[in-house]
Structures are given as C-alpha cells and as structure tokens.
Design a protein around this ligand. Structure first.
Ligand code: SF4
Ligand code: FES
Length: 235
C-alpha cells in the first residue's frame, strides 16, 4: 500500500523556522510508524533526524506527535492511524533537529525527584536485605513501569503553559519511591512537590494518562501524591 507521511523538518544550520515535507513510501498496514520513518531515512532523505533505540516500546526514545497525539513511533501501527500520517516533535521542549527535542529540562525535573532509594537505617542484624511484602511491592507497581518517554509531560497543557512545572513524569517517578515501604525519603520528596512548580500545577486534564504508552494511571498516581501531601499517610 501507498503511505503518505508528512514530517516536520527543521535543521538549525539551514532553517530559521520549521516546515513540513511530504513523502510517499510503499509499505504495509502492519508497519509501524517507526518503520515508515526508517524507509524515508533509508531511501529518500538520510538527513531526517529522529531518536530510536529498542524499537520495542522499552527505551522510551521515540515519543512523537503522530496525527496530533503523543505516541511511541515503534508502538504505533499504520493500520491504527491510517495511510495519511503527520509526524511532529512533541510539544513543550525545544526542537533540536526535525523530530529530536532537547530532553535536558525533562531529565532535570526527573533528577529533582531524588530518583533513588533513600534509607539511612542500618541493615537488619541478620545481614539480609530489606524485605518487602508482596502487598507493599504492589503499592507502587504501576509507577515502576515508566520508561521516561516524556509523552505525558509533553501532552500536558499546564506544562505547555509553564515549562517550570515538574510535570507528570517527574511525579510518577516520585510516586515510585514515595510509596516504597523501604524508602525513607518520602517527606523530602513531598516537600519538593509542594513547591510552586509541583503538584499544584496539575489541573487534572488527563492528557497524561491518555498519552502514556505504558498505560500508567498517571492522574490517579498524581492524586495519590497530592493526598499523601495533605494527610501525611503513605497507605
Ligand atoms: Fe512515558 Fe508513561 Fe513514563 Fe510518562 S509515565 S514518561 S508517558 S512511560
Ligand atoms: Fe525504544 Fe520506541 S524505540 S521505545
């Protein structure tokens, strides 16, 4: 089948602003949008720039806007979006070239959440690891699924309006540790998230939940963090 793909192009060495270019390729309805981009790059224009690594929905590097909504190109089939496809970089982060955006602000916010286990208490006397019940492990199972693709944060109208907002992905990261029974850094993280650019900027738009390729219930997770902030309870 013939697939028409319109791609946002921007080369900072040549262009003062972005523009669109349209390519027609021979493909299959079961091709992924990533395959179509590879076809364009391999056969028509080798200068096309986009990120990809695993091609299996694991690394989180190929989030982009496909027909106006954030998706992973490697998890989006042509048959699901049709043979006329428009591909653009995600919103809210500076475009570096074509579909590649500057992810530094995104990862800066990730780092602000202290994304590691904090526990200064001595290990159990028997020298064993810190144990956790299956129920306690299940408490944050949802937020461990995040692959840091930024599809949520860059679909959030609050983030578009104010790039200082830590964003849903950062809050999901905080959630992963706040509700871990082995961690002792919850109050520090909740304090960070109570700042002006924290959870108060979430207006429950649900765009993040709809955009997440891992089906994480992000709005619910943010709600749980907000509740913990108010009640002090980590249940
Ligand atoms: Fe991507 Fe979902 Fe993680 Fe957001 S929460 S960065 S959409 S995997
Ligand atoms: Fe790794 Fe798509 S290329 S998630």
């Amino acid at each position: 089948m013939e697939i028409t793909i319109k791609i946002f192009r921007y080369d900072p060495e040549k262009d003062t602003r972005g523009h669109y270019e349209t390519y027609v390729v021979e493909g299959d309805e079961n091709d992924r949008v990533l395959d179509v981009l590879e076809l364009v790059k391999g056969k028509t224009d080798g200068s096309l720039a986009f990120r990809r690594s695993c091609a299996h929905g694991v690394c989180g590097s190929d989030a982009m806007r496909i027909n106006g909504r954030n998706h992973l190109a490697c998890k989006t089939l042509v048959r699901d979006v049709g043979a006329n496809i428009t591909v653009e970089p995600v919103l809210g982060l500076k475009v570096q070239k074509d579909l590649i955006v500057d992810m530094d602000p995104f990862f800066d916010n990730y780092k602000k959440m202290l994304p590691y286990l904090i526990n200064e208490s001595p290990l159990p006397a028997d020298g064993r690891e810190r144990l956790q019940s299956p129920e306690d492990r299940a408490r944050f199972d949802e937020s461990t699924k995040c692959i840091l693709c930024a599809a949520c944060t860059t679909s959030c109208p609050s983030y578009w309006a104010n790039g200082e907002y830590y964003g849903p992905a950062a809050i999901v990261t905080a959630h992963r540790f706040i509700f871990d029974s082995r961690d002792e850094g919850a109050s520090e993280r909740l304090h960070i998230l109570s700042e002006t650019d924290g959870t108060v900027r979430c207006h429950t738009a649900y765009n993040c939940t709809e955009a997440c390729p891992r089906d994480i219930k992000i709005t619910k997770a943010i709600g749980e963090v907000k509740l913990a902030m108010v009640t002090g309870s980590l249940k």
